[in-house]
Design a protein around this ligand. Structure first.
Ligand SMILES: [Zn+2]
Length: 395
């Protein structure tokens, strides 16, 4: 069968994006003194290498991931299908171009889970490490700009249940199959409240207290299978600046985030502010700054483009990953399109050691990306792709 490639209106949104900014944050609103403060807080070049998280393998069950009790589809495996890398910005009471309402965010979690989706991090996707049961589809949640509504602790020490992290945490507790975390793209040196999710500058509260809270937030995310991503120091429009400045925004941004992370944490994902690539695009992947310090990103997130190809696909470009902007109605339309035409959707075979796909897409397999996994052709899912998936099992 033919595989239709659904392209949502992401590209059309770009002009509005340039005007509106990414979550309302732009050069004018950010930087200055707070950027310097954050830079001062950064440690002296802690350059770690080699990512963790190899494909989990269990000898006892042949490497298969056990059912997690959550809903699955009855679709045949297609690990050369597409994966949505969702892009969220602010959260609020009302839906807007760059704001997801709380009610809709809750609905997104519920709907995706019910339709057999499971979260994975960008790191996992880039490494092809899909630790999700057979019949489920990975989805990556990327959440930009570290604004206050995303993650905040209440005075009594609880995570504010109305923040995105609070809602995620509650959903995960109710649905243990929703196991992994989201990807948080942080602006460490932006003006309050876009610095570390709304932490007040140290002028207003004692510096030690502020830093302890940021550390607590980062530790929570790391402990709960989320991923930390660099979004530059303060959201500079990289296209406007010379190479040295671009490298400093990326390198110092990473240092300022790492100051609050466990020493061995390796940041692999970088999100370009507003999708405005610097003139020298290669600087998003690697560069040097501040007298010879270096940085290297394994994944670069663009700002739009629709569902991304599989990491095992010849067209996969980890240094230019398409994202799906969760604009009003967009995710709903995409999910409906995949209900009608599920042949395009990545469906896991439940075994991180094998890559399974139907013959009709076999020419897209990039063997160099198998990394020790076994490629496996499965019966073509053409029949299943012409009908809606069966109602998901579980609750
Ligand atoms: Zn942004």
């Amino acid at each position: 069968m033919r595989v239709t490639i659904y392209r949502p209106a992401g590209a059309l949104l770009l002009p509005a994006l340039l005007l509106a900014g990414c979550g309302g944050q732009d050069d004018a609103a950010a930087g200055g003194a707070s950027a310097k403060q954050a830079a001062a807080a950064a440690p002296a070049g802690t350059d770690t290498s080699a990512g963790a998280a190899a494909a989990p393998a269990s000898a006892a069950n042949g490497g298969a991931v056990q059912p997690d009790g959550g809903p699955t589809s009855n679709l045949p495996p297609n690990e050369l299908g597409r994966i949505m890398v969702l892009e969220y910005h602010r959260i609020g009471d009302n839906e807007g171009e760059w704001v997801r309402s709380r009610a809709n965010f809750q609905k997104d979690l519920q709907t995706l889970y019910q339709k057999g989706y499971r979260p994975v991090t960008m790191r996992q996707m880039a490494e092809g490490n899909f630790d999700i049961p057979a019949g489920t589809t990975p989805v990556v949640f990327t959440i930009d700009d570290s604004s206050k509504g995303q993650f905040y602790y209440l005075p009594d020490g609880r995570i504010d249940p109305n923040t995105m992290v609070g809602m995620w945490d509650a959903f995960q507790k109710r649905n243990p199959g929703w196991r992994n975390g989201a990807v948080w793209c942080i602006l460490p040196g932006a003006t309050h409240p876009s610095n570390f999710w709304g932490e007040k500058p140290s002028k207003e509260i004692p510096r030690e207290q502020r830093e302890a809270t940021i550390k607590k937030k980062m530790q929570y995310l790391v402990d709960n299978r989320h991923e930390i991503c660099n979004h530059t120091m303060w959201h500079a429009q990289l296209v406007k600046y010379p190479d040295a400045f671009v490298q400093d925004q990326i390198g110092s941004g990473e240092d300022s985030i790492k100051a609050y992370l466990p020493a061995d944490y390796d940041i692999v994902t970088f999100a370009i502010p507003l999708g405005l690539w610097p003139k020298n695009r290669g600087l998003t992947a690697r560069g040097s700054y501040r007298n010879g310090k270096t940085y290297q990103n394994k994944v670069v997130l663009d700002v739009s483009g629709g569902p991304n190809v599989s990491p095992f696909d010849t067209r996969f470009k980890p240094l230019d990953v398409d994202r799906f902007i969760v604009a009003p109605g967009a995710l709903e339309r995409q999910l409906a399109a995949w209900d009608k035409n599920p042949g395009e959707r990545f469906v896991s075979d439940g075994n991180p050691r094998t890559v399974s796909y139907p013959q009709r897409v076999a020419d897209r397999l990039d063997r160099s990306k198998l990394g020790g996994r076994t490629a496996r052709v499965v019966p073509d899912g053409a029949q299943a792709s012409t009908q809606a998936p069966a109602p998901a099992r579980g609750n």
